[in-house]
Write a protein that binds this ligand. Structure first.
Ligand code: AMP
Ligand code: ZN
Length: 665
């Protein structure tokens, strides 16, 4: 087998596994095996850039950065849909359709209406060439680089497809993935996202495609446009799209009669709550494409389709009490404690009130009768108050001014929605929260120790911070309630084993505000050990790719506190990892030390991600914008004209890819 054949075979195999995993949801190999094969392919492609291919499965990790999304005119307009809110309206529409067609033999394809961001994907000769947002329906933004990272979007098609066509679909964020993203944000002290739909739409407009790659987005398909298409009906179209490798939800159904359409609506009105993603209705479409053409379009939407909107499930109940939770970072979350009520199949006792502004805006008070709704959020939310049921002597809610746990006066920074308890050092839930974060799976992953045990240890006065975990003895643990000899031993073993956890995860575990998993990795890589990191100033930190003012400031603040430095010194003594290992440092040099690079354009020999990695591996820094501090601009083809102008003005040397490679040789 030649190298080229080997590369192609690996690509084929990985594509197949991608399809099985992300489209069919039935993988046949483990994630580990998949990663190994992907790494093998990556290595081969790096050694043989002459076989580069934009449809390679290695392109899914992203890396391309788009500053301004180009406007693209849709070859076929992207229409809206007319809505109906009752079965009567739907029946009227069906009658109208029959009348216009003068035919009684009309069947319908019923599909779910996916709630996300619409997208149009262009395929030429079986390869994805472009992905464009709906925009105003006539023209949208070219978001191809971001679309490529979505695993259920095939980069290369299978089977017998037309040479050129557009597919239409919806980019959605499944509820599970959305909840996980928010959990992480709350953990990092950031405001949670409001709902999956806006987050999906926002994701498509992120400038850095590698950030999009990290989000669990999916693409659900519902239509194909083009000429010379070899199918006659909507339903056949869906089957074909599925054959070619697209994800077409299996809910779609061909309905021969009005009764069948009604059954579909009723079934999904309840069943939708068990779907992995959000849907707000059903789209009923005339099945026959010839008939669709005859019906045509109004100014805004097709006459051959109608969206039927489900009523949002609401429950009415009494708000008994507003309580306040304090998180690890001191963020206060108001919670509504409700009279238990059945909503979308589950009993709801608590609902989120988000923040002080939200409570004020809706004028929510204890004792009120409130409307509760369930969306993609982790817990349901209150959407309104029934003022006619408000008790006579009801008192407006006064948001707490002091921490419910430690009594400290709360603060609220300009531009932030959340109140904070500033008493980091002795507010109990902040202390235990930090320790719980330190031991969590993505940080030190300490086995044999759970959140409740942390609280117990703290309440018993055995630990005050995460460094104290390393001095715990069996004798101290044994007398505790529910602590058998075996579990005490496991706890101590788990703590001892954590000294081998790599530096970047220890750094994440320290719990610096805004320093999440990805940022911790970047900082560890840029500074290589904790001493160098602790010595960095805020403006130096900002030179690191993706580190902004907010993160830089919070990092400097953290290390400037004496008690944090003491804890780090203790952890060092206990043997935790505070620098990259020799293996991680391998291939790293100081050749570019002190130099700041800006990367612009498209490269031939190495990918942009690879280029950035090379800069960082050799001690240089990558910055996203040109300033007087920039040492070099590495320019590929199509360098942006505004960048060029700025570089010339500041007299910053522009070097080619080859010049750069020679520098690090
Ligand atoms: P609207 O935005 O309310 O006018 O609804 C039209 C949008 O619904 C389209 O742009 C699509 O992105 C979206 N949509 C979601 N699911 C479907 C589906 N099954 N068929 C057609 N359009 C859909
Ligand atoms: Zn407090």
């Amino acid at each position: 087998m030649t190298i080229k054949e080997k590369i192609e075979a690996l690509r084929r195999e990985l594509r197949e596994h991608n399809h099985k995993y992300y489209v069919l949801a039935s993988p046949t190999i483990s994630d580990y095996e998949f990663d190994m094969k992907l790494k093998e392919l990556q290595a081969l492609e790096e050694q043989h850039p002459e076989f580069m291919d934009a449809t390679s499965p290695t392109m899914r990790v992203g890396g391309a950065v788009t500053k301004n999304f180009e406007t693209v005119v849709h070859e076929h307009r992207m229409y809206s849909l007319d809505n109906s809110y009752s079965k009567e309206e739907l029946l009227d529409w069906e009658k109208r359709v029959l009348r216009i067609l003068g035919d009684s033999a009309v069947s319908f394809t019923c599909e779910l209406k996916y709630d996300g961001a619409s997208i149009s994907l262009t395929y030429e000769n079986g390869e994805l060439v472009r992905g464009v947002t709906r925009g105003d329906g006539f023209q949208g933004d070219d978001v191809t680089a971001n679309i490529r990272t979505i695993k259920s979007v095939p980069l290369k098609l299978r089977g017998d497809f037309p040479s050129k066509f557009d597919v239409r679909g919806e980019i959605v964020l499944p509820i599970d993935g959305f909840a996980k993203m928010n959990e992480e944000r709350i953990n990092n002290g950031e405001d949670p996202y409001m709902n999956p739909r806006n987050t999906a739409a926002g994701s498509l407009k992120l400038q850095d495609s590698s950030l999009v790659a990290e989000r669990p987005l999916e693409c659900l398909l519902y239509g194909i446009t083009g000429s010379n298409l070899n199918f006659l009906s909507q339903f056949e179209m869906l089957l074909k799209a599925r054959e070619w490798g697209f994800k077409v939800p299996s809910a779609a159904k061909l309905c021969k009669t009005t009764e069948e359409v009604m059954e579909f609506l009723e079934y999904w009105d309840t069943e939708r709550h068990n779907l992995p993603y959000e849907t707000d209705g059903v789209v009923v479409k005339v099945n026959n494409l010839q008939q669709q053409e005859e019906l045509g379009y109004t100014a805004k939407s097709p006459r051959w389709a109608l969206a039927y909107k489900f009523k949002t499930e609401q429950a009415v109940t009494i708000l008994n009490k507003i309580s306040y939770q304090v998180g690890r970072t001191g963020a206060i979350t108001p919670v509504a404690n409700l009279e238990p009520v059945l909503l979308a199949g589950t009993t709801v006792k608590r609902a989120s009130l988000h923040n002080a502004d939200q409570i004020a805006k809706l004028d929510i008070r204890e004792g009120d009768t409130v409307y509760v709704e369930k969306g993609g959020e982790i817990i349901p939310k209150i959407v309104g108050v029934d003022l006619s049921k408000r008790p006579l002597h009801s008192i407006p809610t006064r948001y707490i001014t002091n921490c419910p746990e430690c009594g400290t006066e709360l603060i609220r920074k300009a531009g932030e929605a959340q109140h904070f308890c500033p008493n980091e050092s002795s507010c109990p839930p902040q202390i235990t929260g930090r320790i719980q974060h330190f031991i969590s799976r993505k940080a030190l992953d300490i086995e044999g120790l759970g959140s409740e045990t942390v609280e117990l240890l703290y309440n018993e006065g055995l630990i005050k911070n995460y460094a104290d975990l390393y001095t715990l003895t069996k004798e101290q643990l044994m007398p505790l309630e529910r602590m058998a000899e075996k579990s005490a031993e496991n706890l101590i073993k788990g703590v001892a084993a954590s000294v081998n956890i790599p530096f970047e995860r220890v750094l994440f575990g320290l719990g610096i505000r805004y320093v999440g998993e990805t940022v911790a990795k970047k900082l560890a890589k840029a500074y290589k050990n904790i001493d160098a990191l602790m010595a960095a100033t805020a403006s130096e930190l900002e030179m690191v790719d993706e580190i902004g003012e907010r993160i830089a400031e919070s990092t400097v603040n953290f290390f400037s506190e004496e008690k944090n430095r003491d804890i780090i010194n203790r952890l060092k003594e206990y043997g935790l990892q505070f620098s990259l290992t020799d293996e991680q440092l391998e291939g790293q040099t100081e050749k570019l030390k002190g130099q700041i690079f800006v990367v612009s354009g498209v490269f031939e020999k190495i990918s942009r991600t690879e280029l950035k990695k090379n800069i960082e591996d050799n001690g240089g820094k990558v910055s996203s914008s040109i300033s007087s501090k920039t040492s070099y601009i590495v320019a590929g083809a199509n360098m942006g004209p505004s960048k060029k102008e700025k570089a010339d003005k500041l007299a910053i040397p522009i070097i080619s890819e080859d010049d750069f490679l020679a520098m690090i040789k």
